[in-house]
Ligand binder design. Structure first.
Ligand code: ADP
Ligand code: MG
Length: 424
């Protein structure tokens, strides 16, 4: 933070202006892509629009019912843990997190506390300048989602939909290693790609399948102690996450500069005002009275399963990005746009191999990046726009990598103009 001047009438600036550095940690929830819910056979269908159809006595918290662990959900969290180089717990258990809320029929959420499925690990984040930083991951654990409360201010009523209650939910917590709003956004975007690549979650922010909470504090530059943190919650887009963190850093630095204290609280983002607004004071973890879930057995994760899951991991987005740049010679921005969507990346690779063959067959240099760069350009602009308009992924369009590669060869040979290519 740069030192700022004070408005007239406020406390005068100290003789030596203090600069503050931000500290940010993320807590990210993602709904797992499984056929059924976390502890029962009700369907996990994020696209269901009718309320209260995917429910049963277990996820409605009826007395006398018993939960059963969803193996696929456990495996998905392990896949995420492994892709972040986390240590997978050989023994773990579930715990009850007790609190009252109308959308929580059991009066507790089954979660993990003392022993998360995955501990430690890290995430590498590369910024626009190509600098890479390592963000330590604290833990990734498994829990269940709550129902959804729909407040109608007009009729002053609240409706409850329990379709979401009991959907497997993964929680990932980072260490407070992030140092600015842009970096926090990049980290969240990279995590979204990893969740999607390993098939753990579709992690669609608009659908609430991925939810980001940012913990933000500031401290005097160079200080080793952490300042009081504010938790930013209920932010439903990457841009808002970045905006909210940026605002919060300014707000907190301003308070400290004026000699005021920062309240430990939860704040939300008011996009209209462009400001964070207080929501509630933070509860402490002991308020939840966690204890081991007596209705579930402890979980043993066999080494053979971990090996099997590790062996089945796909190439991760960061590695693919590096390879696209090296192998095809396309620039960083285009490569990132391709890698962002795994299906688009696969389509590009199929087209690229056609193009490389064509280059060889026509006596050209198979490593000439120009036609590949051109292909990447069309895919990430004109074609991406057409797909977005039609609302379909490239795998469901009628365009094949072969047709597309052919079009690019015509363009490269000057047989057609770019205008004609766009027309096609
Ligand atoms: P709490 O007990 O309040 O939930 P935790 O220690 O569990 O706090 O941390 C929750 C999240 O907040 C983590 O992502 C962590 O990295 C981050 N965090 C912790 N302390 C700070 C701080 N002083 N400033 C910014 N982020 C922090
Ligand atoms: Mg916490």
């Amino acid at each position: 933070m740069s030192p700022r001047s004070h408005p007239e009438g406020s406390t005068p600036a100290p003789a030596i202006a203090m600069t503050y550095e931000p500290v940010i940690g993320l807590e990210i929830h993602a709904e797992l892509k499984t056929r059924t819910k976390m502890f029962c056979g009700s369907l996990n269908d994020p696209n269901e629009t009718r309320p209260n159809v995917n429910v049963c006595p277990v996820c409605m918290g009826h007395p006398g019912t018993l939960p059963v662990i969803n193996r696929s959900a456990v495996e998905k969290v392990i896949r995420v843990g492994l892709s972040l180089s986390g240590a997978i717990a050989p023994h773990t258990h579930f715990e009850r997190k007790n609190y009252f809320y109308p959308d929580l029929p059991k009066g507790y959420q089954i979660s993990q506390y003392a022993r998360p499925l995955s501990s430690g690990g890290w995430l590498e984040v590369t910024n626009a300048a190509g600098e890479t930083t390592r963000i330590r991951i604290r833990r990734v654990h498994l829990e269940e989602d709550t129902g959804r409360s729909i407040h109608d201010p007009k009729t002053k009523t609240t409706l409850l939909d329990f379709n979401r209650a009991g959907i497997p939910l993964m929680e990932l917590v980072t260490e407070p290693d992030l140092t600015d709003a842009g970096e926090a956004r990049l980290a969240a975007e990279e995590l979204q790609r990893i969740f999607q690549y390993v098939g753990a979650s579709d992690a669609n922010m608009e659908k609430g399948e991925m939810r980001i909470e940012a913990n933000v504090s500031v401290r005097p530059a160079g200080s080793a102690d952490l300042g009081t943190k504010v938790e930013l919650k209920n932010i439903n887009s990457f841009r808002f996450v970045e905006d909210a963190i940026r605002f919060e850093i300014e707000r907190q630095s301003g308070l400290l500069e004026r000699g005021e204290k920062i309240a430990q609280e939860t704040r939300g983002w008011d996009a209209q005002k462009g400001a964070t607004v207080p929501q509630r004071l933070k509860e402490e973890s002991h308020d939840y009275r966690y204890f081991p879930e007596p209705d579930l057995p402890p979980l043993r994760v066999e080494a053979a399963l971990i090996d099997e899951l590790r062996a089945s991991l796909p190439e991760l987005p960061a590695a693919k990005l590096k390879r696209f740049r090296g192998e095809y010679g396309i620039d960083a921005k285009l490569a990132l746009m391709l890698v962002r969507d795994r299906r688009l990346a696969a389509f590009f690779e199929a087209a690229a191999s056609e193009l490389q063959r064509w280059l060889k067959d026509t006596g050209g240099d198979a490593r000439d990046p120009k036609p590949l760069q051109l292909a990447a350009n069309y895919l990430t602009t004109d074609i991406a726009n057409l797909l977005a308009k039609a609302g379909v992924p490239i795998t469901e369009s009628r365009l094949t990598p072969e047709n597309f590669a052919e079009l690019i060869t015509y363009l490269s040979e000057g047989k057609i103009s770019s205008r004609a290519a766009k027309e096609v």
